[in-house]
Design a protein around this ligand. Structure first.
Ligand code: TMP
Length: 211
């Protein structure tokens, strides 16, 4: 059984990631070792982080400028890393995160174009050291297809409200990372059925945990 393992879920908005994390959590709840898993999300996952999440996604009074946005995401991450991720991994737990630094590269790097992917990684290293997920499930889907699946009248957050060219750049960012991180990234075709994707995820995790 693997100990101290870090799994992340990534993808553009409306890719179905949160549905898959939820199903994976339900599957974990059926395992005898369920207490060995810790589920978190970004931004968020701590009291401070959840407040930052509200500021980033749903605070209508004053939108952060791109660099402020970047540092708010990073502030949430550092808090989560020090308070939850690091202690859990040290205790031998399996941490499952809904987003991590690949999101920052895709959204703030590629889409906002504040810093390059390399510069964002450098910043990440300054804050968290040489720390990276062991495995990342990337739900790949073109944004124009992903957004068609949104239900009419569904409320969009600040990032989801960005135009299609922004989301196309996010997609390009993930394509860049998945080519660079072939070993860590498991690319899942997010146009497939929810069940099919879920089964692929479980198969991969079960194989890994048995190693
Ligand atoms: P989600 O958790 O529902 O996917 O919403 C989080 C939003 O925040 C999503 O639009 C992606 C965005 N995001 C960034 O822009 N940068 C980051 O570093 C992270 C973690 C998320």
């Amino acid at each position: 059984m693997k100990k101290g393992f870090f799994i992340t879920f990534e993808g553009g908005d409306a890719c179905g990631k949160s549905t898959q994390v939820k199903l994976f959590k339900e599957y974990v709840a059926t395992r005898t070792d369920k207490d060995n898993f810790v589920f978190i999300r970004e931004p968020g996952g701590t009291i401070l982080g959840e407040k930052i999440r509200t500021l980033l996604l749903n605070f209508e009074d004053d939108s952060p400028v791109p660099k402020a946005e970047l540092f708010l995401y990073l502030a949430s991450r550092v808090q989560l890393f020090e308070k939850v991720i690091k202690p859990a991994l040290s205790a031998g737990k399996i941490v499952v995160a809904d987003r991590f630094y690949d999101s920052t590269i895709a959204y703030q790097g590629f889409a906002r174009e504040i810093f390059s992917a390399k510069e964002i990684l450098k910043l990440h290293k300054l804050l968290l050291g040489n720390f990276s997920p062991n495995l990342t499930f990337y739900l790949k889907i073109k944004p124009e297809i992903a957004f068609k699946r949104k239900k009419a009248g569904e409320k969009l957050d600040r990032m989801e409200k960005e135009d299609i060219s922004f989301h196309q750049k996010v997609y390009d960012g993930y394509e860049y990372i998945s080519k660079k991180e072939k070993k860590r990234f498991v690319v899942l075709d997010a146009t497939k059925s929810i069940e099919e994707i879920h089964n692929q995820i479980i198969l991969k995790v079960e194989k890994l945990l048995a190693e």
